[in-house]
Design a protein. Sequence first.
Length: 403
Amino acid sequence: MPKVKLTKRQIDSIKPGDREQVFWDTEVKGFGLRVRPGGSRVFVVQYRNAAGRTRKLSLGRYGRLTPAEARSLAKQRLAEVAKGEDPAEDRSFAKTSPTIRDLAERYLTEHAAVKKKPRSAAEDRRLLEKHILPALGNTKVLAVTRADVAKLHHGLRGTPYLANRVLALASKMFALAEAWGLRPQGPNPTLGIERFKERARKRYLSGEELARLGAALAKAEQDGSESPYVVAAIRLLLFTGARRGEILSLKWSEVNFSGARINLSDSKTGEKVIYLNEPALRVLAEVPRQADNPHVIVGARPGSHLVNLQKPWTRVRARAALDDVRLHDIRHSFGAVAAASGMGLPLIGSLMGHSQPATTARYAHLADDPQRAAAEKIGQKIAEALTQEPSRKVVNLDERRMK
């Protein structure tokens, strides 16, 4: 193919032939102009990669690029080749690079579904579908920048906890993208984005509030406005300090009445023992059993457990005038009663199944008897408050010692 100095005048004078032609520049070796029979003119750069293969990379159309701009771009690409890179391979990889939507689906099927609890996996899917995919779903994984992620994070500043969870999920996804070869090793685009400060919510029920809740549960039980399984679930949450999922998915095979304990083979923190006080045992003894259902808290579908406790809880708390109380605050109340009663943090952490390494190291050696005794005291304290008349003087939950 002919060699010429690629200038505007020279290029304009080239007549298309009956087949493709390439005119190579006399100033930059490997820089050329491809002219097709239809008349299109495209700047190209040709080089030999580290493996010895000859590669040709299109730089852009003549008209969109001037000869000087194209020559400068060719020099940049040849400089990359000198460093051992392969611009043509990188461009091909970029074209076939998956989108964030593709990455999200792989994350859910190959990571979340395999390595996370079902509830955590479901929450990841919710965060993806509601926040990440609407913002970045069609963007190539390779093209996402720190600015893109920062914009997404900043857009959720009104809900700091949610914003930080979205950022953490994005960080994990990009780390996996690197491990899976979908993105070059390098700075994660979430790196350097400062998390919002989260203010921990400290809400627990006072003695008066426990009395109102107890009255609301009793009335719901009497008039049948709530399922006995709903009432039992809320009472068990109160008396045990267990997590909602642990109570809702509880099976009779995991309940040991003689040992006054629940033995969970799996929970958020792995195997777990929940110690049962007398009030909790009474609740379990009174729960109606279904012969064809292994669960304690029976759901609407045959053989299933109750899944949604939020709607019943909203009705119960409204009846008790506790509109700002979340279900999780019941768990906080268990711990608060324990702390107000003078129990040490290691013992409380053990009873509630906390996962912090320092706490675990301090309470793992405790014997069953102190734990059972502590659980018994807490249960009795809560049971006493639940049975009080809301309008009467109730048990003071802040006294430092139990009688």
